[in-house]
Design a binder for this molecule. Structure first.
Ligand SMILES: Nc1nc2c(ncn2[C@@H]2O[C@H](COP(=O)(O)OP(=O)(O)OP(=O)(O)O)[C@@H](O)[C@H]2O)c(=O)[nH]1
Ligand SMILES: [Mg+2]
Length: 462
């Protein structure tokens, strides 16, 4: 790689701080080898050793005193994480000993890396594009199987490929139009207007598709917030417990048992659900309980799904109950999905209600566990809204979503301009602006601010 830039030498502890088997300290940059030679005593000098080899030795301080026994692994440029010369020192995994080794590397001339600076260099040196670099951060932070899978896909460059295809096409279209301008005297049209329209429409569709995957992406990344609401004694805490498969919340026949909110998470098919049990909704004069009801409404407002638990005995009366109406309004106002969960069906043996897969109501017995699998499945469907397959590219990142939305706007503008019969000059201008927005995703177009913002969210040492 010829475009590797000359950066100063950075170092950081790459493993979590604390006690463990080993800690790894990374060194990367122009002087990585000369710095390592100053502190490392082994059978061979690291600067003389071939790439991708491991060396046992000692770290010593400036006076030659022994600091720790370590293994150094070396990667010569460009075959390393950053594309620079990299040395990874594995020392004993203790807080103090790791700090001491780091200190020697700093004293020998390296600078402490900023958060994400190693990955930033991998980007600046062209080993990863920006969306892949972000995927590294997402991968480290993933807390569910779904989040993990989508970041792995993004890291492998699938989103980048999709963006590149659209950009290539837009670039072709813009160049065609610009070429026309050079020959404007001769009044020629290189590009058939109808064909151009068709190609632009196809490009817009690709952008639309990526944009609409964001709602799923958000679910993958952040999980789904579910509030369990309902009247006192409806069985809300029992439902939480049966979903968690543990006795997390106190259940009793006394109405008003739960007064504060309780949150726990479960994974359904790899998607993380954050469940919050709330105090029962009722008209009340008790101040503490009133506060509880207020919190329940607030929780509902901020969630993605509300499970409204109702005693099946209330089936007829529930229709016009003002408490439910009010909650329904809160949900509608905040675009929160409201799912009715009719509970205690075990009490109605004579005429068992249908346990169906209706999306908006479920029939369960929190006590016996009837209908819980249907409910879980329903939650998953409600969260994902549509089926996606393993190979779908899912946009999970708000920055990407914003860039896609801007690109979509420019492209629609371009299409309108074209249809309006305006000069190709104006169409090309809008296409270029769409191109730039897409380029922000993969990092062809960036500013120092964008980069700082992205990499400052990384851990130090990554
Ligand atoms: N028969 C039957 N009883 C249930 C079922 N679910 C809950 N119960 C009982 O209903 C009572 C209230 O259950 P909880 O889970 O504490 O109800 P809650 O909605 O959390 O009540 P609060 O916290 O007071 O608002 C308890 O005695 C439960 O054992 C069910 O499916 N069938
Ligand atoms: Mg409760």
């Amino acid at each position: 790689m010829s475009h590797i830039k000359d950066f100063d030498t950075i170092t950081a502890i790459a493993t979590p701080l604390g006690e463990g088997g080993i800690s790894v300290i990374r060194i990367s940059g122009l002087d990585a080898f000369s710095i390592a030679d100053k502190i490392f005593l082994g059978r061979t000098k690291l600067s003389q050793a071939p790439s991708h080899t491991a060396h046992f030795g000692k770290v010593v301080d400036a006076s030659g005193a022994f600091v720790d026994e370590v293994v150094a692994v070396i990667f010569r440029k460009p075959s390393s994480y950053t594309c620079e010369d990299v040395i990874e020192i594995s020392c004993h995994g203790g807080y103090l000993v790791t700090q001491k080794v780091l200190q020697e590397i700093l004293s020998a001339g390296a600078r402490l890396a900023e958060p994400g600076e190693f990955t930033k260099r991998a980007f600046l040196n062209g080993r990863l594009d920006l969306s892949q670099a972000e995927a590294v951060g997402d991968l480290i932070h993933s807390q569910s199987d779904a989040a993990y899978k989508s970041s792995i896909r993004q890291l492998s460059g699938e989103l980048s490929r999709r963006i590149k295809n659209v950009r290539d096409e837009l670039l072709n279209l813009a160049s065609l139009l610009e070429l026309e301008l050079d020959f404007s005297e001769e009044d020629v049209e290189f590009a058939n207007r109808k064909a151009l329209e068709g190609r632009m429409l196809a490009a817009i569709e690709s952008v639309d598709e990526l944009l609409s995957s964001y709602s799923i992406g958000k679910v993958y990344r952040e999980g789904v917030r579910v509030t369990i609401a309902g009247k006192p004694n409806a069985g809300k805490s029992s439902l939480l417990n049966v979903l968690l498969q543990e006795n997390r919340a106190i259940v009793s026949e006394t109405p008003g048992t739960t007064r504060d909110t309780i949150s726990e998470s479960i994974s359904i098919d790899g998607v993380l659900f954050q469940l919050t049990d709330t105090a029962g909704l009722r008209e009340t004069t008790d101040n503490i309980e009133k506060e509880g009801v207020k919190r329940a409404h607030k929780e509902a407002e901020e969630s993605d799904v509300v499970l409204l638990v109702i005693d099946y005995n209330e089936f007829e009366a529930a229709e016009n109950d003002p408490l439910y109406t009010r909650l329904g309004e809160v949900c509608a106002r905040n675009a929160v999905r409201l799912v009715r969960v009719w509970n205690k069906i075990d009490l109605y043996k004579s005429e068992p209600p249908r346990i169906s897969e209706n999306k908006d109501s479920f029939y369960i017995s929190a006590l016996r566990g009837d209908g819980i699998d249907f409910l879980k499945n329903g939650l998953l469907k409600a969260a994902l809204a549509e089926d996606i397959n393993e190979s779908s590219v899912v946009v999970t990142n708000a920055r990407h979503r914003d860039a896609l939305a801007r690109a979509q706007k420019s492209l629609k503008f371009a299409l309108e301009t074209l249809k309006g019969g305006k000069s190709g000059e104006f169409v090309a201008l809008d296409l270029r602006s769409g191109l730039n927005s897409l380029g922000e995703i993969t990092g062809e177009i960036t500013t120092a601010d964008i980069l700082n913002n992205i990499f400052s969210k990384f851990c130090i040492g990554k």
